[in-house]
Design a binder for this molecule. Structure first.
Ligand code: PRX
Length: 649
């Protein structure tokens, strides 16, 4: 393992925050960060309790943390409502008429919702949910394009204590089906369609497909977005705009226990079945609101743009809950970054006066490829802070972002976290931390992160190991929905007493964390997590496939590309057409992001004598490297020779 995760890269450049930035920042010096971090680690509960007091609680908590490892409860006995904290709380002062959301559709239309207007729309939709029998604790599945209605439906669920589970609009009907079954959702919220690269995406049709033979879902609420024709099933499907005629805008937020579930979000793990990550209310909101404030250094006048979709955790924590709890103005853009031209992002920044941009390394690498002339066409001087998330950012991409987008003046916060952590855990603070391109730097307040070896012992500077978190934090996942044993096994059994992240990393001599990537069977494709087992199970679901093994290989733009080794049943012969059929098949089963970049037909897969596929070897073959390391456990060496040969062709 060591060999995989030790990195030999040494980055010597250091960028200190400018005085200009520092003097207005929430945390103004590295010494302040170090002092406050040390204090917060000594007594994390005190730190988090003081931050939680910035929220509106309908009933104050009795106990900050109840920690019965690995189960945590935060702000026990307290009651609050996430929707009220993101909306109602801002209505009594000058934020009432401030823009909460500035939305731009891919075709170019714009819609601005002030806090007052957003509150009103959320109340209307919460009443629509109630009218359609949604009760506290019920799960509601949301499958939407990135339109304000996506955010409205999330906050409406939160308002009445329903639990939302969002399925990314790019996922297929099979993914919807699995998540409906696992979550037990009885209501689905969707739209007729959405826009992507000038095409319409047929969301309602995908829902219909997923609900064929399903009797569990009683109601589908459909928002009109793309004006495409859809079929409406009498007794099950209703239009959002029609329902709105039957309800008023009066819907008080109900007080909910701090540990009341807020949402379930499915993510890939090392087995075939996605895990339903469960987040609850008080701790999650405290964690996301606090990190948004310090890390994005939010100020009243900022125009903040997180480019993630609501279908991912970044969309939940840093497009919706964190920034809205801070009363920020958030930009929402529906479409592709290069539609109609590769300068769409820069045009939006210029026209809307965006001050903070939070995006993914994969997007930055694509922009680099499209050329410097596109950002140069626009005035980007409104920007004051940049952020990245989702995968390690390579120093060249960091430098390009810093120079071409940030004009050399904007700090970059490289934020490390996960669907499970709910909030950012390792990150620079923009007015305080000296930056080095390629590292997420240091732990946030109250977070005790470490790198340990296979025995759980902390390793020395620049030694590779497993990234773990040694103490609970408020936005941590509470369990895997419906599967406590899997929660324990997956996250709390690898390293005793610690949360295991699944990532490999090292710390440099200054204590900065350099994340190398996943050390389990999870791929990170364009910042999105994909379980190799998920793709494999899709492949063997095709009648031509006997066996398959999926691995990642380095990809210039996407970080990792997907390579599938496929052994066919005897009834089928390898061909280009079949490879294309299989790629499409995976796309239909999971979604276009999971389509293998390459299908390699093989006569057999390299296995150990106990029958385990030797992925390490396949990874080397896929990336065109020569095979190194131990092959003594390999069952049949000739398999390897044949595979390497076909790779050379
Ligand atoms: O491998 C790490 C990588 O993304 C994984 C989490 O993926 P997901 O749950 O989909 O959440 C992505 C958005 C929070 C991590 O285990 N990752 C995320 N951020 C970074 C990162 N790797 C390096 N640097 C980062 N800043």
């Amino acid at each position: 393992m060591k060999q995989n995760i030790e990195s030999h890269l040494e980055e010597k450049r250091v960028f200190k925050p400018s005085r200009e930035f520092t003097k207005k920042a929430h945390i103004q010096s590295f010494d302040d960060y170090k002092r406050l971090h040390a204090k917060s680690i000594k007594n994390p509960e005190k730190f988090w309790a003081s931050e939680a007091s910035n929220l509106l609680w309908q009933k104050k908590w009795k106990k900050v943390l109840d920690w019965k490892p690995p189960f945590a409860q935060w702000f026990v006995g307290g009651q609050l409502n996430a929707s009220e904290n993101c909306l109602d709380r801002h209505l009594n002062g000058p934020r009432r008429n401030k823009a909460a959301i500035i939305w731009e559709g891919e075709p170019g239309e714009r819609r601005t919702l002030t806090y007052h207007q957003l509150h009103r729309e959320v109340c209307v939709f919460a009443n629509i949910l109630k009218r359609n029998q949604v009760k506290k604790g019920d799960r509601v599945l949301i499958y939407m394009p990135l339109v304000p209605e996506a955010v409205i439906s999330m906050l409406a669920c939160a308002r009445i204590g329903a639990v939302h589970t969002i399925v990314f609009g790019g996922f297929s009907s099979d993914s919807i089906k699995d998540r409906i079954e696992d979550s037990g959702a009885k209501v689905v919220v969707t739209a007729d369609g959405g826009y992507r690269r000038g095409q319409t995406v047929t969301l309602k049709q995908n829902v219909d497909q997923a609900l064929k033979d399903n009797t569990q879902v009683k109601r589908v609420i459909v928002a009109k977005r793309a004006n495409i024709e859809v079929s409406i099933k009498e007794g099950r499907d209703v239009w959002w705009h029609r329902e709105a005629e039957y309800v008023n805008a009066d819907c008080p937020a109900i007080p909910l226990d701090s540990e009341h579930p807020l949402f379930i979000l499915y993510t890939s793990g090392s087995t075939g079945k996605p895990k339903g990550i469960l987040h609850t209310t008080g701790g999650y909101l405290t964690g996301t609101a606090t990190t948004s404030k310090y890390i994005f250094d939010l100020k009243e006048e900022d125009v903040y743009w997180c480019t993630a979709d609501v279908g991912w955790i970044t969309g939940h924590s840093y497009l919706v809950y964190g920034p809205l709890a801070n009363g920020a103005t958030c930009v929402l853009y529906e479409g592709a970054p290069n539609w109609p031209e590769p300068d769409r992002f820069w045009k939006i920044i210029e026209e809307l006066g965006v001050t903070i941009l939070y995006t993914a390394p994969t997007a930055i690498r694509a922009f680099m490829k499209w050329g410097d002339e596109w950002p140069k066409k626009h005035n980007l001087s409104s920007l004051r802070l940049l952020g990245t998330v989702g995968e390690p950012i390579n120093p060249e991409a960091w430098m390009w972002y810093h120079t071409n987008i940030g004009g050399g003046r904007c700090p970059i916060v490289d934020t490390w976290w996960q669907t499970e952590t709910g909030m950012i855990l390792i990150t620079p603070l923009p007015g305080a931390t000296p930056l080095k391109p390629g590292t997420a730097t240091l732990p946030f307040f109250g977070v005790d992160a470490a790198i340990v070896d296979d025995h759980g012992k902390e390793v020395g500077p620049n030694e590779g190991g497993k990234l773990v978190i040694r103490n609970p934090w408020p936005a941590m996942l509470r369990t895997i929905y419906g599967d406590k044993p899997r929660y324990k096994k997956q996250y709390w059994s690898e390293v005793k007493g610690c949360y295991f992240t699944g990532d490999g990393a090292r710390r440099d001599k200054d204590g900065y964390f350099w994340i190398v990537g996943r050390i389990d069977d999870v791929l990170n494709v364009a910042g999105h997590r994909l379980g190799t087992a998920e793709v494999e199970s899709a492949l063997v679901g095709h009648p031509s496939v006997a066996e398959s093994a999926v691995v990642g290989r380095p990809d210039e733009i996407k970080g990792q590309g997907v390579v599938a080794f496929v052994v066919l049943r005897e009834t089928h012969k390898p061909s280009k057409d079949l490879a294309e059929v299989l790629r499409k098949h995976v796309g239909n089963a999971i979604g276009p992001i999971a389509k293998p970049d390459e299908i390699r037909f093989a006569e057999a897969l390299p296995k150990t004598r106990s029958g385990k596929i030797m992925r390490r070897l396949l990874k080397q073959i896929a990336s065109g490297a020569t095979i190194t390391g131990d092959t003594t456990t390999l069952e049949d060496f000739s398999v390897l020779t044949r595979l390497t040969k076909s790779a050379d062709e």
